[in-house]
Design a protein around this ligand. Structure first.
Ligand SMILES: NC(=O)c1ccc[n+]([C@@H]2O[C@H](COP(=O)([O-])OP(=O)(O)OC[C@H]3O[C@@H](n4cnc5c(N)ncnc54)[C@H](O)[C@@H]3O)[C@@H](O)[C@H]2O)c1
Length: 333
């Protein structure tokens, strides 16, 4: 095993859990931290600690003796959750992020990777389903998603200032909708691929599911295996400005439903509810800069990645594991 010790915050969550697996397979010594234990599978971390990272002294405990930090912990969820929880999300994520960045610098951490989001991009550039893919430089003039996106954008700038003024090495990654097994699929924080998979798994062949919006809103979706590989590659790179990490395979939400239905082998009737939040009208990732920095980009097609995702959710639903569905959440971020 390598002598290098890395910290993954949010290791009890969806991407964090997969990232811990990936880094352990790379031979690194991995510490995982989260406010909750992993929900669906045991962690592979060598050392897993339950800590509330909103509290400054817990961030010092988390970062002690660590070489690199992959900072994923956040209060987050699908569009229903992030549009109805501005105060909680802004407060919690500000505390987590500021305390983590400060503690990492004070602990002498050599690299700090921050997980930002496509939600930082201006809403005025995302008004049409056939949206122009978003480039990193489009972030300003800013008009991000209220609360969640605004706080992410501020933390991006804080990372930049720590690097410019104090030479603290940071990496900033803007994820575009991530999906895969072991992600939240019920309870109110699930996102579109998981929510739709759960709804399809719950109905009989020929049944009806409710879709938020008119189904013509568009997104690109990245499989979590591509996501963790991209995170690792970006951490190794010398590039310290924000980078998109997503696919540029644009699909409508109706097309996503059709793919899930095909995977399930079911005929599904769609009932659209336009009174529900649907987020921006269209969002896609421009990967030009990612390709030029890494000579790599995510490559798992949605039709392939959705298969293990649906199968896992189908199994969870069949096992009766679905938590009570909170109608105040879901859909694409
Ligand atoms: N999943 C996506 O599509 C997506 C898209 C863009 C950005 N992101 C970002 O990627 C990161 C990981 O997202 P995810 O999908 O794995 O979400 P997730 O909710 O599954 O994981 C986040 C984890 O952070 C933990 N956390 C929350 N508050 C905490 C606290 N006070 N102290 C310690 N841990 C705390 C949660 O318990 C959770 O396990 C987040 O920063 C998120 O904003 C995700």
């Amino acid at each position: 095993m390598s002598e290098k010790t890395v910290l993954v915050t949010g290791a009890g969550g969806f991407i964090g859990h997969h990232l811990v697996d990936y880094l352990v397979r790379k031979g690194l010594r991995v510490r995982g931290v989260d406010i909750k234990a992993p929900e669906y599978a045991p962690t592979a971390a060598h050392d897993f600690r339950l800590l509330d990272l909103r509290v400054e002294k817990n961030c010092a405990i988390a970062t002690a003796g660590v070489d690199e930090v992959y900072h994923l912990a956040a209060d987050m969820g699908g569009i229903g959750y992030i549009t109805s929880s501005h105060a909680a999300i802004s407060l919690h994520n500000t505390l987590i992020n500021v305390h983590m960045l400060k503690a990492a610098r004070e602990a002498g951490v050599k690299r700090f990777l921050y997980s930002s989001s496509a939600c930082i991009y201006p809403q005025y550039l995302q008004t049409k389903p056939d949206v122009t893919p978003l480039r990193e430089d489009d972030a300003f003039p800013a008009d991000p998603e209220e609360g969640y996106g605004l706080e992410k954008l501020y933390m991006e700038k804080l990372c930049q200032y720590f690097t410019e003024d104090w030479g603290f090495p940071t990496r900033t990654v803007r994820f575009h909708n991530v999906y895969g097994p072991l992600g939240t699929y019920s309870g109110g924080r699930e996102k579109a691929p998981a929510a739709i998979s759960r709804k399809v798994a719950e109905i009989a062949d020929g049944g009806t599911i409710e879709i938020w919006g008119d189904g013509q809103q568009t997104r690109s979706f990245m499989h979590v295996d591509d996501c963790v590989e991209g995170i690792y590659r970006i951490m190794q790179s010398d590039y310290d400005r924000p980078l998109n990490l997503g696919t540029d395979e644009l699909v409508t939400i109706d097309e996503l439903v059709d793919l899930v239905a095909m995977t399930a082998g079911k005929t599904v009737i769609k009932r659209h509810d336009t009174s529900r939040p649907q987020g921006v009208r269209g969002r896609n990732s421009d990967n030009s800069r990612l390709r030029s920095v890494l000579d790599w980009e995510p490559h798992i097609m949605l039709k392939d990645g959705i298969v293990p995702t649906y199968r896992w959710i189908e199994q969870m639903v069949a096992g009766g594991a679905a938590q009570l569905h909170d109608p105040a959440a879901e859909a694409a971020e």
